[in-house]
Design a protein around this ligand. Structure first.
Ligand SMILES: Cc1cc2nc3c(=O)[nH]c(=O)nc-3n(C[C@H](O)[C@H](O)[C@H](O)COP(=O)(O)OP(=O)(O)OC[C@H]3O[C@@H](n4cnc5c(N)ncnc54)[C@H](O)[C@@H]3O)c2cc1C
Length: 469
């Protein structure tokens, strides 16, 4: 028996996580996804412990998705000898959440066979709730399987109905009515807006068109076969021996370039992302350019990376068949609320952010946990109760999501910039890191990643959480 009906608009990481969570809470969930799920993005994604904890709770099959444990951040200059890092931090056992959420400290020893290494890394990744590095397709597929699974622990509740190739054109948030392309209308008890960074439905939610601000920064991204990297002694020197696994970054401060690389898919694939100043022709002048799918030539990437030595530049030549994509980064002002009437907005539609802290997808996954706790057993026809739970959702999620977004959008080390801090303080009243703290350093990890969204949602429900505003 289900207790209410929910329409989730968008079948990305946010929409899928929320659907699985609501299904587990006893709701009858349908996903409206305009694509047919053909265009998966070929890139990596890091899932920090706060989100890993939720995935585990949802019954996510880590073994199948084969993430690699993220245990370290290491940074070198673009022309430094391999292995010479100006920053190297390995996350310790203290870093995990209290309930056993720790990474193992196993080694990726380059002398072992890839297969043995793969097994060791995978087991570290799903042993605890440590940070995991996924191929996006594997994370997305695992979530979709949880939504559609009919049996077992992961099949709790009613199977989510996937309405693929169905675009939602309009929402009446107060009444919970969707209008689909073609004019058909659907009325539900709860609308979850998860239509991504370019959300067109946000206009129906806020009442005005979303404001996009270009950041002037873009990202090249591409995947490389790890066996190709390891077969070339020049490139292998950066990744062998790799003990432990995590981010390896190369920077060119003169050209404001940061290249972050990390393994995923059981260590068989190396994900590369190069943050750089947007070049002519890379602006979001077309839908494709703003949506991850615009291509960049190896020559143009290499010309940006002219100060990088040959051992690094070769990784550009190794780009897989998909080639290199370029994606322009933009910001939107923080939303004042994530709920309206019978609608809630989550994921990039609610809080698109720069990937500084790998916190965008993770924030959406946390929001799914809150939905599960707050809507468990709620009768969807009880208007007052639904709205009450949405109010609680807002109180819980607005501070954390807007914090993650605003500190991510501030970029680089935390400067304590008074304008940013003032904006953050409109929503969030907890601790901020000391000035100078770099992304992913302990103080940031404690604030952004040491959070149990289930626990806080339960505390909010039982009145044990104090909301300052
Ligand atoms: C370079 C980069 C690196 C990142 N790295 C990380 C990281 O390491 N860790 C992390 O946690 N986050 C990371 N993020 C952020 C993360 O990728 C996003 O937060 C996350 O993918 C957003 O998922 P979403 O489901 O909200 O949106 P999307 O993935 O965009 O999904 C929205 C879906 O809605 C559908 N849709 C849109 N409009 C309609 C409509 N009208 N009707 C029906 N369907 C519709 C679309 O087809 C799409 O499938 C990164 C982001 C970038 C840009």
């Amino acid at each position: 028996m289900t207790t209410g009906t929910a329409a989730v608009i968008g079948g990305g990481i946010s929409g899928l996580s929320a659907s699985v969570a609501l299904r587990r809470a006893g709701w009858d969930v349908s996903i409206y996804e305009r694509s047919k799920f053909k265009n998966e993005v070929g890139a990596g994604i890091t899932v920090p412990p706060n989100a890993g904890l939720v995935l585990r709770h949802l019954g996510f099959d880590f073994e199948k998705a084969r993430p690699v444990a993220n245990e370290t951040t290491r940074m070198s200059r673009c022309d430094a000898p391999p292995g010479e890092f100006y920053l190297s931090e390995t996350y310790t056992r203290d870093d995990g959440l209290k309930n056993g959420a720790v990474n193992g400290n196993g080694l990726w020893n380059g002398n072992k066979s890839l297969d043995a290494e793969r097994k060791a890394r995978e087991s570290r990744a799903f042993e605890g709730f440590g940070s995991c590095m996924f191929h996006r397709v594997d994370l997305h597929r695992g979530l979709r399987e949880l939504a559609e699974d009919a049996n077992g622990e992961s099949g709790k509740g009613k199977t989510v109905e996937m309405k693929l190739g169905v675009e939602v054109e309009k929402i009446d948030c107060e009444a919970g009515i969707l209008t689909l392309a073609g004019g058909q209308t659907v009325k539900v008890d709860l609308v979850v807006i998860a239509d991504g960074a370019h959300s067109a439905l946000l206009q129906d939610f806020t009442g005005s068109p979303p404001k996009f601000h270009r950041t002037g920064r873009s990202i090249y991204r591409w995947l490389v076969s790890m066996s190709d990297v390891l077969a070339d002694p020049l490139t292998a020197a950066h990744y062998l021996p790799t003990s432990p696994t995590g981010f390896i970054s190369f920077s060119d401060p003169k050209k404001r370039i940061l290249w972050v690389s990390y393994p995923c898919r059981g260590g068989t694939v190396l994900n590369n992302a190069v943050l750089h100043d947007t070049q002519p022709g890379e602006g979001a002048d077309s839908e494709a350019q703003s949506q991850w799918h615009a291509s960049a030539s190896k020559e143009s990437v290499l010309s940006r990376l002219e100060n990088f030595d040959e051992s690094r530049r070769r990784i550009v030549h190794m780009a897989s068949e998909d080639g290199i994509k370029v994606h322009h980064l933009f910001k939107r002002p923080a939303l004042e609320s994530f709920v309206r009437g019978r609608a809630v907005v989550i994921g990039d539609a609610a809080h698109v952010m720069l990937p500084t802290h790998a916190a965008g997808g993770a924030s959406a996954i946390e929001s799914a946990a809150a939905l599960e706790v707050l809507f468990r057993g709620v009768n969807g026809s009880d208007d007052e109760l639904v709205k009450d739970r949405l109010r609680l959702f807002d109180q819980l999620r607005l501070p954390r999501c807007n914090l993650a977004m605003l500190v991510s959008n501030a970029g680089g080390p935390w400067t304590g910039d008074s304008e940013v801090e003032e904006e953050v303080r409109k929503f969030y009243h907890g601790p901020l890191p000391p000035v100078g703290t770099l992304p992913w350093m302990k103080e940031f990890r404690e604030i952004l990643f040491h959070h149990d969204a289930y626990k806080t949602a339960k505390q909010a429900l039982t009145g044990r959480l104090w909301f300052p505003n």
